[in-house]
Design a protein around this ligand. Sequence first.
Ligand code: SF4
Length: 477
Amino acid sequence: MILKLINHAEEYAVREIAASFFPKIKFEFSDDTKGGDYIVSEYSFFNEKHIYTAYASLGGKYAQVSFEEAYYNKTLIKKSVAHILEEITGIHLPWGVLTGIRPSKIIRELKLSGKTDIESKEYLKSFYMTDEKKAELACRVENNEAAIIDNMKKDGISLYIGIPFCPTRCLYCSFTSQSIDFSNKLTEPYVEALKKEIKAVSKNNFIKNRSIETVYFGGGTPSALSSNQIDDIIRCLKESFDLKNAKEITFEAGRPDTITKDKLEVLKEHGITRISINPQTAKDETLKLIGRKHTNDLFLKSFKLARDMGFEHINCDIIAGLPEETEEDFKKTLKMLEKLSPESVTIHTMCIKHGSYLDMKYDMYSMTAANTVNNMLDTAQRYMKKLGFKPYYMYRQKNMLGNLENVGYCKNNHECIYNIYIMEEVESIIALGAGGSTKLVSNGRIERVFNVKEVAEYIKRIDEMIERKENLMKEFC
Ligand code: SF4
């Protein structure tokens, strides 16, 4: 499809909105709109007025809009394009033209500037064309987050430990996770490199003057390692850092096919406070389709095992809009969770991540329509409310179906604090391991430093990874 810009260079903004309506269409910027489908976005300044115009011809349908404002803003360009595409396609974007920035962060900033909840909600609706329901969700998330952020320790920091191995790669995954079968040889050297990074970083003065508030083992699937390797890493972490005052330690045991009694015993012994066991769906056919080598029955057994062993906070992740799934399938997954009663549930929207198998073989799958996915999320929201769960964190990613959202729900006092800190960028997070992204936060200043993603590279360049982090921490001491 041809995209044409006149008098402005907001190519990314226009492309982003057009892609929300047509997820996999290739756009070409050109002046030649003769013949085929096209979208034109035009900006002009006349008589002290900023004029935003958009028109499009798609599949024989034509729409046009033009409005003036007293100021220039690229969101207004997005709005003009969204208006005509909604008219032509009949597709409605529940978040309107709100992309990139986290909705709860906008609400937080508005409230810090003195706005009430109602005024903040109205702002999302009028400026970004956000629906009432989504604006309300953003407000609820912000209110719940605020209660945690207000209790943050002044000298607190969080740790992230990355374990980039998984039993197999899921259809929709773009993480640099290595299949444990193919990379078995790398796990031991990886554990050694990670321990080296843990020990070295823990000696830095930046760390010594601060207290560890939360710890998060993510990946990949950390439970893909053996129980001895898990024990080795946690032991090293505890010897290096003072974790006595940590409010929570989360361990992602996401794939039921990696969970064994001896691994859970190691986690229990080390005082892990929260684990995540993720069904994604209760439907076996979908699990097979998305490349997860476990059945729903195995998920149920793993959940029961963890519960019987005394884990008091279990989180479950599920996905709305998995290929070939209906609203009925999704409701069955919700009903299963109701019976299990985990302490928190994270509901993701299907996302076509760049570099995933799904992205590469998109045409082979029947994807759920954006409006249906939004219905699934609405159902989930009502369901969670009925069960007494509250939405406590939320984020959105590029290329999510319908440009929708991922929301973490929890029972009272069962928020994952780390999730809030990382989303709202309110606390420094030191990330150790391949692909780790360290973020240092101080008085509004945020700086990042990254570890390489490739496992073999990480092992080879471990000294450089340590040095990179030390250089940044020096600046924040
Ligand atoms: S379990 Fe998570 S990290 Fe591992 S392949 Fe699946 S989506 Fe990727």
